[in-house]
Design a binder for this molecule. Sequence first.
Ligand code: DHB
Length: 508
Amino acid sequence: MRFSKVLILGAILLSMSISTVSAQGDPLQFPVDSFTEATTTVTTANGQVEVVYHLYSHIPYVANPVDAAYQSLDVKVPVSINGEAVDATNAPILFVINVGGYMSVNNAQGGMGVGAPVGGITGQPPAGGNGTPPAGTGRARGNAPSGVNTSDLALAAGYVVVVPGVRGRDNQATDGAYYGKAPAAIVDLKAAVRYIRHNDAIMPGNAEWIVSRGTSAGGALSTLLGASGNSTEYDAYFEALGAADANDNIFASGDYCPITDLDHSDMAYEWEFGTMARNGMQVDQVVSQLLANAFPEYLASLDLEGIDGFGTLTAENYGAYLVQTYLIPSANTYLLGLTDEARTTYLAANSWITWDGSAATFTFADFVAHVGRSKGLPAFDNFELTSAENILFGNATTNARHFTNFSLQQTSGDAAAAIDTELQTAVNLMNPMYFVAQGTTDAAQYWWIRQGSSDTDTSLAILANLATSLENQGKDVNALLYWDAGHGADEDPEAFIAWIGQITGYSK
Ligand code: DHB
């Protein structure tokens, strides 16, 4: 009797769940017909472009979201450009990562907003006193996000634009539990990519041409998205969220001043800026040198070959390599673009640069003195646990943690202290270099890497390590610095849009 009741109840429950599924269908199906129409006027180098587009708002991209306000995305599909109909069925997809400071991006509050700032600089600086650059380091130009909206430029080129919400280090439930600590942000972004691919047959845009774009923390996540494609190391997270069972590799990665390789950025920072004064004072030279001294071994472990036959990169020749490969070309572009009078004035004010009439020369030491140091010591895993990164690497119950053995040992006084394996896993899952070193993921083939030469939010070595690792693996890397520009600069957004056209062969 009791047995058959259980059976009947079971049968009823089973039929209920079957009917629920069939009534709802695929919970991750793109709602092709649920859009509003909008118009935007985009200023381009070739004049004003009027774009009519379909806006799909706030679509959850996982079946079991922790918080659908964040784990949802918006899509813009151009349907007419300057009055001419366009068909974006097979267009590249610009995947816009609006994360700044490793903070969350709320999709419910119009996270995509028409004309929302693209790529970081969201007005949410990293916590703590470490992220504030000092004034007066001799920069000719400061932070210079161009104000041009890359999303709008993409629409004007006929591309589809996807803007996902993302969990971040600030997310906290009513019971106090944190739910956006590492690696939540990258899990969400990869789940959003899976959603796009899952819907490729019905959603406008070509899921094999996803191009990510982000700045700073967003640039780091864009880099990581490019490097970690189809890694199985996030599978447990996808399962828990009900992410689509699809590939999450992307075609190309656009990375502006990526604040990345977080477990090695303190040593790189002291290697570059260790002896520089900050607010008129040197940081603790003993601690600084302990960190700086760890950099050569790390660099050697990467086993990097400089481009153009430079040979193996070492801590001894790296300064010269950075000057030759990134800094001089950047300075030359800048100086050649000036009028004779402006160039003369600039060179008079920057006597550390020698100009032979067509090209600059200078030493790495003089360049570093020119830009100066902006962050404290250590720059990332700071002893007070107040950096954006300390807070990124918290967990459900702890807001901020040390994420390097160095800072853990320094603060605990235990020379043998080591971070938990659970935390080391999260640190790895946040680091594109971890995946590049494996060489086993389906990393993006195309890379667009940009940074202001006066950006001192992280060492230039972090960018060069990334670019060189990718180049050494045969990736197509387009990397350059904007001379004297600060953190978050984007001085060639239209070139990025044109580059997407070149690497995909797509034109509207
Ligand atoms: C950002 C800047 C930082 O200096 C940092 O450490 C982390 C994030 C940012 O602007 O996103």
